[in-house]
Design a protein around this ligand. Sequence first.
Ligand SMILES: CC(C)(COP(=O)(O)OP(=O)(O)OC[C@H]1O[C@@H](n2cnc3c(N)ncnc32)[C@H](O)[C@@H]1OP(=O)(O)O)[C@@H](O)C(=O)NCCC(=O)NCCS
Length: 157
Amino acid sequence: MTPAIRVRRLGAEDAPAYAHIALPEDQEVFGGKPGAAFHDLPETMDLYGIEGERPLGLFRIDRAYDQHDFAQAGEVGLRYFIVDHAEQGRGVAGAALAALPEMLRRDYPNAPSIALTVNCRNPGAYRAYERAGFTDTGELYLHGGAGPQHVMRMALS
Ligand SMILES: CC(C)(COP(=O)(O)OP(=O)(O)OC[C@H]1O[C@@H](n2cnc3c(N)ncnc32)[C@H](O)[C@@H]1OP(=O)(O)O)[C@@H](O)C(=O)NCCC(=O)NCCS
């Protein structure tokens, strides 16, 4: 059953409530250090929380994503998408990604699409994005620190 979750814009004041979110080292290479998502948040990125009865995960929306060669004009980027290790495998990512299009149309009404890169060695995340409606563009992003990444996109219009 899909868990009841909501996606909420976060501020620095939410950091303590999210301090328990953790990933094992072999997943941090893909998702980044969860605590770092709050720190050094560039002006062009917004932070969102995935919440059930308590915080379950995090992600960033990058408003300057179209500076990447592979990105399309005006599209936003999904980054640092993380579900707490203790909560994985229960449909949390699926529910959060299902809530994404409505939230994006509300908060980024001019964005025609959302794109992301996912490491070729991260089939679980690739599957989660594919299940949520993202399509593999067939391009590879080769500039990530942990090896080649698939580029995926979902239209919002
Ligand atoms: C990838 C991640 C967000 C998935 O979160 P989750 O809450 O466990 O995913 P869900 O339970 O909602 O699963 C969604 C779909 O993806 C699939 N999936 C998730 N993890 C998987 C895995 N490790 N292997 C295979 N499939 C997987 C599920 O089977 C499900 O598909 P289904 O409906 O066909 O069964 C989570 O594992 C995570 O935070 N990983 C570390 C950080 C990371 O890699 N982020 C992505 C950066 S691009």
